[in-house]
Design a protein around this ligand. Structure first.
Ligand code: NAG
Ligand code: NAG
Ligand code: NAG
Ligand code: NAG
Length: 275
């Protein structure tokens, strides 16, 4: 007897779920990383499967800021939330347009859809990131104007202020230099200026294809991607090590290689002691 009742309930509940097939596909924010001060469109993709819409509620975190109810006049209601400016003319039952977005709005947004009659509800969430990209290119500064094999290269790469912080990477030719010290200084309006310092012992292999090229890669999410290059100048004077092809020059270059090897070992030891 009891089991019949359970079967009946199961069949009934499956019928009800078939009837009220409110489905939310997703909450789509475009652009996902929005420039501070710009506009962002939040789109709620749902399918009521024929049922009439009761209402759509929009949340930033747990705070409701916009509600669309077709049965109400007017349809739209705004609940004040610091920093949210809804553009009513561009908002309706499927989307909300935010204008003049500020950093404080970075966070989770949700839309909650309720169908009329069945009273079924569904919810979708997405994260919005408010960014400020660097204005301009990063700048490389080296300690000295000229570098030869055996020298220690000390350089900084500094990016214009941004939020989030710029990710900086140094390369010598195409090889990544193990990251040095990354500093960040606060700038205006909650932005930060990133500065990466490196020091590297220059080896003859860095000079195989001519003077080495120092590169600084700067990246913010997928939105800002820059490379700046600085070819290192060799000091003027006699022909450089490893470039001499005459027989006498060969001897000369061997001697230089010896000096260089000694210097390299010296610097390696010095570096080991320091670190
Ligand atoms: C909501 O507004 C957008 C842009 O104005 C429009 O593309 C979309 O079709 C509208 N949706 C509905 C359900 O009216
Ligand atoms: C935002 O949503 C993500 C994924 O649902 C969650 O992991 C995170 O804790 C949420 N953040 C906040 C501040 O609620
Ligand atoms: C790199 O930056 C640090 C700190 O700002 C500074 O002390 C150092 O002199 C800079 N080095 C070069 C090569 O500019
Ligand atoms: C920064 O960029 C480097 C090289 O592209 C990458 O290995 C590293 O994971 C990035 N760091 C962050 C915090 O994105």
């Amino acid at each position: 007897m009891c089991s019949y009742l359970i079967y009946a309930l199961l069949i009934l509940s499956s019928l009800i779920t078939d009837m009220c097939c409110l489905r939310i596909a997703e909450l789509r924010i475009s652009p996902p990383a929005v420039q501070r001060g710009a506009r962002a469109t939040l789109e709620c993709l749902y399918d009521l499967q024929g049922a009439p819409l009761y209402c759509v509620k929009w949340y930033r975190g747990r705070h409701e800021f916009y509600r669309y109810t077709p049965g109400d006049r007017p349809h739209a209601r705004i609940f004040p939330f610091s920093g949210i400016y809804v553009d009513l003319s561009e908002s309706n039952s499927t989307q909300v347009m935010l204008q003049k977005v500020g950093f404080a709005l970075s966070g989770n947004f949700s839309c909650e859809v309720s169908a009329d009659q069945t009273f079924s509800t569904a919810i979708a969430s997405a994260h919005m990131e408010v960014v400020a990209l660097p204005e301009g290119l990063p700048v490389i500064v080296t300690e000295r104007p000229q570098y030869d094999p055996g020298d220690i290269l000390r350089a900084n790469c500094t990016a214009p202020p941004s939020r989030p912080l710029v990710n900086l990477t140094f390369l010598i030719n195409a090889m990544q230099i193990s990251p040095g010290l990354l500093r960040h200084q606060p700038a205006d309006e909650g932005l930060h200026k990133a500065e990466l310092s490196v020091s590297l012992l220059l080896l003859p292999e860095h000079y195989l294809d001519g003077p080495p090229i120092l590169r600084c890669l700067a990246r913010v999410l997928d939105l800002y991607n820059k490379v700046v290059e600085l070819p290192l100048r060799e000091s003027d004077g006699p022909p450089r090590i490893g470039r001499v092809t005459s027989s006498t020059g060969c001897k000369q270059s061997n001697v230089n290689y010896m000096t260089l090897a000694v210097m390299t070992i010296f610097y390696l030891i010095k570096f080991k002691c320091v670190t």
